[in-house]
Design a protein around this ligand. Structure first.
Ligand SMILES: [Zn+2]
Length: 85
């Protein structure tokens, strides 16, 4: 699971100004095969999913002299996918 973002959404599309509108968190993510999903999560799960948020970066590996676009989690060092395997 590659989490793109966690955001709050409402049931009611026109209810932005309505303070009584129920809001709930939704996680947007890609699965292993690259398909995009969104899933409603509970309020308690928000910090967990926020820690999983990935950013897409491009790295250049000195060892195999190739460029890769990879997803890394926060605080995670980018590593070459080719040299790892
Ligand atoms: Zn490499």
């Amino acid at each position: 699971m590659y989490v793109k973002s966690v955001s709050w959404t409402t049931n009611n599309s026109k209810g932005r100004s309505n303070a009584n509108t129920k809001r709930f968190p939704v996680v947007y993510y890609h699965d292993e095969s690259g398909n995009f999903h969104s899933k409603r999560i509970s309020r308690l799960e928000v910090p967990f999913y926020k820690m999983q948020i990935c950013r897409q970066i491009t790295i250049f590996c000195d060892q195999c002299e190739e460029k890769f676009t990879i997803l890394v989690k926060k605080n995670q060092q980018p590593t070459c996918p080719k040299c790892l395997s």
